[in-house]
Design a protein around this ligand. Structure first.
Ligand code: SF4
Length: 253
């Protein structure tokens, strides 16, 4: 095996990075989430997600990088509706990365599961391997009728037909914050930026930050006894931590 092949194989192995420059993490407090959907709308506006139309929606080809899952607890008439925001978990051991034949999805030095649009050939294998079902395929090229095209975010590229996409943890905001911090000769601080979903959440259920900073909110919240990972038994090591609903909230609702 050549050195190039060896490096390529190691690079494709989950857990290749033993230490990240930054370790971006999202914490979702399910006690605070009211299922309002503000985060879904903010994500759509920030990341230029297309409105696919009624027919595509009926064919389950809608495009959402972040969805609010609803489920019921209890038996009628004593039932309660619960909400769980679900987005790409940016798994440190991501099954989607190992299956892509062209390495269009891989881990970067910040622990992000990134997607290279112009390398993707649309096999959709990554979507089949993702246990969280958070990858979306562009069945058509999107278009925005005037004047809607004026709301597009110039920092985010428009994806074309045949390309897979998903939550990026607002990588454009991360990029900008890192560039500005580098110009000033410092590391990115907690208050420099946040993701669109966390920024828009009216009940502050979403917290985003760097887990390499032990004082950051995400580092502190990760120690909360309510903290858990969805499908943790799969050992995907997600970067999204959920805080389960507490007993106090159970009795109040
Ligand atoms: S949640 Fe799915 S798409 Fe995101 S990194 Fe994990 S396996 Fe990949």
């Amino acid at each position: 095996m050549t050195l190039l092949q060896e490096k390529w194989r190691a690079y494709r192995t989950p857990g290749y990075y033993t230490k990240y420059d930054y370790a971006w993490r999202l914490v979702v407090d399910l006690d605070s989430c009211t299922g309002c959907g503000a985060c879904v709308v903010a994500c759509q506006a920030e990341n230029n997600l297309p409105i696919v139309g009624e027919r595509a929606f009926q064919e389950k080809r809608d495009m959402k990088w972040l969805r609010i899952e609803r489920y019921w607890e209890g038996e009628y008439p004593d039932i309660k509706m619960r909400f769980l925001p679900m987005m790409c978990q940016h798994c440190d051991q991501a099954p989607c990365e190992t299956v892509c034949p062209v390495a269009a999805t891989y881990h970067n030095q910040d622990g992000l599961n990134v997607q290279v649009y112009n390398r993707c050939v649309g096999t959709r294998s990554c979507a089949a391997y993702c246990p969280y079902e958070v990858r979306y395929f562009n069945w058509f090229s999107a278009s925005w009728e005037a004047p809607l095209e004026q709301q597009l975010n110039p920092e985010v590229s428009i994806r074309e037909k045949g390309v897979m996409e998903k939550c990026t943890f607002c990588v454009q905001r991360i990029r900008q914050a890192k560039d500005e911090a580098k110009d000033e000769g410092r590391r990115v601080q907690e208050d420099d930026f946040t993701t669109a979903c966390a920024q828009s959440c009216p009940s502050k259920a979403l917290h985003f930050g760097d887990a390499n900073d032990p004082q950051s909110a995400v580092s502190q919240l990760a120690k909360n006894p309510r903290a858990y990972h969805v499908l943790s038994e799969l050992n995907t090591e997600p970067s999204v931590t959920y805080l389960a609903r507490g007993k106090a909230m159970e009795s109040a609702s």
